[in-house]
Design a protein around this ligand. Structure first.
Ligand SMILES: [Zn+2]
Ligand SMILES: [Zn+2]
Length: 373
């Protein structure tokens, strides 16, 4: 690990990834290191501080905005030394724990949060531009109202577990060469609760939780793109034994549009012109994503592959109040089927024009090219 002069660790170094690592590589590196240094698994003295460092690095590098600020301004761009010290309080520790270690058999004191849920939502480009509201139906685990999540019919009092006498754990004294050990294990019969269900609730078959269909209205902000993720806090699975609910994560998919191509927040419209229109110039009505066409005046001598920018008629930026542009890309189409009259006209034109010079490479493609590659 490398450390710069202000004492902040190089975040890429912490995760052991190059500066141009993909989001996926960063996530993989984080998962591996979080597993390796998790204080519940790794009993080395330095594991906990390593674990916190890894978390702090991931928090910045997993967020494209924070990462780009960090790349440009270093630690100062993401809050500097103070920002990192904020993690000393173990903020977010619970989340990390639950995301990676739930279900591994490790038990923690206190109620556990419900699982996060993941859904995908496909919207049209028009909806992505204007913002939209969608009904989303999904299933989630909820606390059973009939037994108040106890599992016991009518939520009556549950009898004490006879295996652990209500303690929820079983202590076994073991002898070894080095002396006596007390081995404490969670009671298998009551799974640590100290009570057992003697009269199972019919609604949830004594589980206390049940899977139910849910429909929620989801507000999608203007500017989202395929791969954008939204978090609806608290709409995931309910937590067992009174734990907080998980979150609902929605991954958005913006469908391809018939007329417009989207590149980041710009829209591209391909405009075909015949050779006469391109030569003489023309006024065209360019469609927009909102439906109201915009007039574009093309001066004589339009070249194939020119890009005309109609400012502010692209997709709104997700963060901020401005919008991308509408880029009109010209296609000068050489005719392939000509009538006798047309051939005659062009023959005369060809004689009059003579052979042209090769034009200088127009760099108007750059903006689009860089976006596509
Ligand atoms: Zn029930
Ligand atoms: Zn028990």
């Amino acid at each position: 690990m490398t450390t710069n002069s202000t004492g902040n660790a190089d975040l890429y170094g912490v995760l052991g990834v190059p500066r141009d690592a993909s989001a996926d590589d960063i996530k993989k590196a984080f998962r591996r290191l979080a597993m390796q240094y998790h204080p519940d698994r790794n009993k080395e003295a330095t594991a906990e501080s390593k674990f916190k460092e890894v978390n702090a690095a991931y928090e910045v590098l997993s967020d494209p905005e924070k990462r780009s600020r960090y790349d440009r301004f270093g630690a100062a761009g993401v809050g500097g030394a103070q920002g990192f010290q904020g993690h000393e309080g173990f903020g977010g520790f619970g989340d990390i724990f639950d995301a990676f270690f739930r279900g591994t058999g490790t038990r923690r004191a206190g109620p556990q949060p419900g699982s996060d849920l993941h859904a995908t939502l496909t919207i049209t480009l028009e909806e992505a531009v204007a913002g939209t509201e969608h009904e989303l139906s999904f299933e989630r685990v909820e606390r059973c109202p009939d037994c108040r999540a106890t599992g016991q019919a009518g939520a009556t009092e549950k009898p004490q577990c006879t295996e652990c006498q209500g303690a929820g754990e079983i202590r076994r004294v073991q002898q070894s060469l080095f002396g006596q050990f007390v081995n404490v294990a969670t009671c298998n019969r009551c799974r640590g609760e100290g009570t057992i269900v003697s009269d199972p609730c019919k609604t949830c078959r004594g589980q206390g939780m049940r899977r139910v269909p849910v429909t929620r209205s989801v507000k999608v902000p203007a500017g989202v793109d395929t791969g954008s993720q939204m978090r609806i806090a608290g709409e995931g699975d309910h937590g067992p034994r009174g734990g907080p609910p998980g979150h609902l994560y929605i991954e958005l998919n913006v469908a391809q549009h018939e007329v417009f191509k989207r590149v980041d927040d710009d829209l591209i419209y391909d405009l075909a012109l015949n050779i006469a229109q391109a030569s003489l110039g023309t006024d065209v009505q360019v469609p927009t994503i909102e439906g109201d066409p915009v007039e574009l005046k093309l001066k004589p001598g339009v070249q194939h592959g020119e890009v005309h920018v109609i400012r502010g008629r692209g997709v709104p930026h997700l963060r901020g109040s401005t919008r991308g542009d509408l880029l009109v890309r010209t296609y000068v189409v050489t005719p392939t089927k000509l009538s006798g009259d047309q051939k005659e006209l062009l023959r005369r034109l060809a004689e009059s024009l003579g052979t042209p010079d090769v034009p200088e490479d127009p760099s108007v493609f750059e903006r689009i090219k860089s976006a596509f590659t």
